[in-house]
Ligand binder design. Structure first.
Ligand code: ADP
Ligand code: MG
Length: 258
C-alpha cells in the first residue's frame, strides 16, 4: 500500500524508527480492536518512547561502568539486621540525589556495601539519571595518568558530571599525599553539586593514616560528611553465609560435625 509505505517513511525520517517498524502490526491490531484514532496514535507513540527510554538506560548503564547489575530487590535484608530498611527505602526514592547529598556505606568485607551502592545506582539509571562507578585505586590511577598526559581537565568531567559518583573500596589502598590531594579535589568539585556514594571498610578515625595526612583526611571528611547518610553495617559476610550453607550440605554424609 502506497499510503502505508509513505507513513512508514515519514516516521523513520522523523527518527521514529520503532513506530515505523511497528506501524503495520499496530494498525492491524487497532482495526481488530476497533480502537479509536487517538488510542492507535497513543499506542504507537508509546512504543517509540518506551524503546527510546530502554536504549537510553542501556547506554547510561554501559557508561556507568558498574561492576555488575545487582538490584536492591535482590538484596536479602533479613541477612543483615543492622541495616535500617526504612533508610534504604528512603534513599531509593533518590531524593538525596536531588539534594546532592552523599551516602556512605561502612563495614567489613562481604556485608553488601558494593551491592547496595550498585542497587541505588541501578534505581537512579532506571529513573533517567547518570552514574559513574570507580573503585578508589582505579580513580586515582586514572586521574594520575590523565595528569601525566596533560588531559586532566577533560578526564575530570567523567568524575564531576554524573548525577552520582560511586567511589568504592576506600580503605584497601594506602594513599600517598599526591593521591590524597586528587581525591580531595574530586570531593570538593562534587561538594553540594552532585552526590557521592562511597564505601569503606575503615572507620573515619582511620582515614588520617590511610591518607598519610590527617589535615587532608579531615578536610575530605569535612566536606564528604556535611550532607551525608551513613550506613554502618555490622554483620557477617554474605560470602561466608554461602560457604556455610554448602558446608551444611556436605557435612552429614562426610561425617564432619557442623
Ligand atoms: P562488600 O562490598 O561489603 O565487600 P559485596 O556487596 O561485594 O560486599 O557483597 C559480596 C557478595 O555477596 C556480592 O555478590 C553480593 O551481591 C552478595 N551479598 C552481600 N550481602 C547480601 C545480601 N544481604 N543479600 C544478597 N546478596 C548479598
Ligand atoms: Mg565491595
Amino acid at each position: 500500500m502506497v499510503e502505508l509505505e509513505h507513513a512508514r517513511n515519514i516516521l523513520s525520517e522523523l527518527g521514529l524508527n520503532t513506530a515505523s517498524e511497528l506501524l503495520d502490526a499496530k494498525l492491524e491490531d487497532s482495526l481488530h480492536k476497533e480502537a479509536t484514532y487517538l488510542t492507535f496514535l497513543n499506542e504507537l507513540l508509546e512504543t517509540e518512547i518506551q524503546e527510546k527510554r530502554r536504549r537510553s538506560e542501556e547506554t547510561r548503564l554501559k557508561l556507568s561502568r558498574l561492576p555488575h547489575r545487582k538490584t536492591l530487590e535482590e538484596f536479602e535484608f533479613s541477612f543483615q539486621p543492622s541495616i535500617d530498611t526504612k533508610q534504604i527505602k528512603e534513599l531509593s526514592t533518590l531524593a538525596f540525589v536531588a539534594r546532592a547529598e552523599n551516602v556512605i556505606f561502612l563495614g567489613p568485607p562481604g556485608v553488601g556495601k558494593t551491592h547496595l551502592a550498585v542497587g541505588l545506582a541501578m534505581q537512579a539509571l532506571r529513573s533517567g539519571m547518570t552514574v559513574y562507578y570507580a573503585d578508589l585505586a582505579h580513580l586515582i590511577a586514572d586521574l594520575k595518568r590523565a595528569a601525566e598526559q596533560d588531559r586532566l581537565d577533560r578526564r575530570w568531567r567523567v568524575y564531576t558530571r554524573p548525577d552520582i559518583l560511586i567511589i568504592d573500596e576506600v580503605g584497601y589502598m594506602q594513599l600517598d599525599r599526591a593521591s590524597a590531594e586528587l581525591l580531595f579535589r574530586v570531593i570538593c568539585e562534587r561538594y553540594e553539586n552532585g552526590s557521592i556514594i562511597l564505601t569503606s571498610n575503615k572507620s573515619f578515625g582511620e582515614w588520617g593514616e590511610l591518607m598519610s595526612d590527617t589535615v587532608i583526611a579531615t578536610a575530605i571528611l569535612d566536606r564528604l560528611l556535611h550532607h551525608a547518610h551513613i550506613i554502618n553495617i555490622r554483620g557477617e559476610s554474605y560470602r561466608l553465609k554461602n560457604r556455610l550453607k554448602s558446608g551444611v550440605k556436605i557435612a552429614p554424609s562426610a561425617g564432619i560435625p557442623v
